[in-house]
Design a protein around this ligand. Structure first.
Ligand SMILES: Nc1nc2c(ncn2[C@@H]2O[C@H](COP(=O)(O)OP(=O)(O)O)[C@@H](O)[C@H]2O)c(=O)[nH]1
Ligand SMILES: [Mg+2]
Length: 324
């Protein structure tokens, strides 16, 4: 799983110090260490976690092609104008076949590439079989330690990944488009529960007002004080983007003022520990058993009804290395 860790404990300590000084090359290297996971990553993130402020994490989520990357790009620019330092993690939970989208993001983000106040990193899920959510959380801690006071996390796709990002975020922005259909689909996808701000992007197209109206009606059912804002944007020309940033910053203040931020943070930490626990169980038990052929042997026995799934788990826990 994690081979070739050619970085010593002393080097990790030096790297952590350089990240805390905000050195761009060190930040990139630290994120690479984090992506490889394993002991150096854990040592590094432990140091950074202790010595950095709580990051303001904003999740930007919604279906593929909704304009999330374009919006993130605009938000980063607007936040820079207001003096923020912006870290961006673009999460790609999809298959390697959509690599083109990430390439497009890179090109689009190039305008920030000479600005040390913006740091952009893509993470692909296939590199994190032990859990993308854990790796994203670690990436967020690295960026916070490096002095990025606003961290934007973009997720592609619809489903589990949105929820995982919302777990990490203080503020979650759900991006929808007019042609994406009605608000019922939002409810179905579970996006209603996680949205702090709805953005109807591509509102230069027909149907934007209808979607806004439908969303307004839906958010009326939200608990008082937690009614999500509904905004229209045309991200490609920056229309409405400043207003969304206002909403994001206002929501962050709301989190502090009401104590909701602390409760979210508690929930996030609980879930982060769960993710790390899962990742460790996979790393120490599942992956070695796969490599040794034990998993195949167990599946074969399960197919023949010679074993129950519970007994298979017992075998894995008691005998993680050698084939049965
Ligand atoms: N017409 C229109 N196109 C947009 C708008 N925002 C983004 N797009 C385009 O939609 C496509 C997908 O955008 P992207 O930001 O990559 O979407 P993502 O997959 O959600 O990150 C790109 O071709 C964008 O130029 C918008 O407000 N209006
Ligand atoms: Mg994107």
């Amino acid at each position: 799983m994690h081979t070739g860790h050619d970085i010593s404990g002393a080097e990790v300590d030096e790297l952590a110090a350089a990240v805390l000084r905000g050195e761009p090359r060190a930040i990139g290297r630290a994120l690479t260490v984090v992506e490889r996971s394993g002991e150096p990553a854990e040592r590094l993130v432990s140091i950074l976690f202790r010595s950095s402020p709580w990051p303001n994490v904003v999740g930007i989520t919604g279906p593929p092609g909704a304009g999330k990357s374009t919006l993130v790009d605009g938000l980063a620019g607007a936040a820079r104008h207001r003096g923020h330092r912006v870290g961006i993690i673009a999460v790609d939970p999809t298959s390697p076949f959509t690599g083109g989208a990430i390439l497009g993001d890179r090109v689009r983000m190039l305008r920030h590439s000479t600005d040390p106040g913006v740091f952009i990193r893509s993470m692909a899920s296939r590199r994190h079989p032990g859990g993308l959510a854990a790796a994203t959380a670690e990436g967020v801690y690295v960026l916070a330690a490096a002095g990025f006071d606003l961290v934007l996390v973009e997720t592609v796709g619809v489903g589990q990944s949105e929820v995982a990002v919302a777990e990490l975020a203080g503020t979650t922005v759900v991006v929808l488009v007019p042609e994406g259909g009605d608000a019922i689909q939002v409810l179905k996808a579970g996006l209603m529960e996680i949205a702090d701000i709805f953005v109807v992007n591509k509102s230069d197209r027909e149907g934007g007002d209808r979607l806004v109206a439908a969303l307004e009606e839906t958010v009326d059912f939200a608990a008082p004080g937690s009614r999500p804002a509904v905004r229209k944007t045309v991200a490609t020309v920056g229309e409405g983007v400043d207003r969304v940033l206002d909403d994001i910053l206002a929501h962050q203040l709301h989190l502090v003022a009401t104590g909701a931020g602390r409760r979210r943070r508690e929930r996030t930490l609980r879930l982060t520990i769960q993710h790390l626990l899962t990742r460790r169980a996979l790393r120490e038990t599942w992956f070695p058993a796969e490599a040794s052929g034990l998993v195949d042997a167990l599946i074969e026995q399960l197919l023949q009804r010679a074993l129950s799934p519970y007994e298979a788990v017992e075998r894995l826990l008691g005998n993680s290395g050698a084939p049965a």
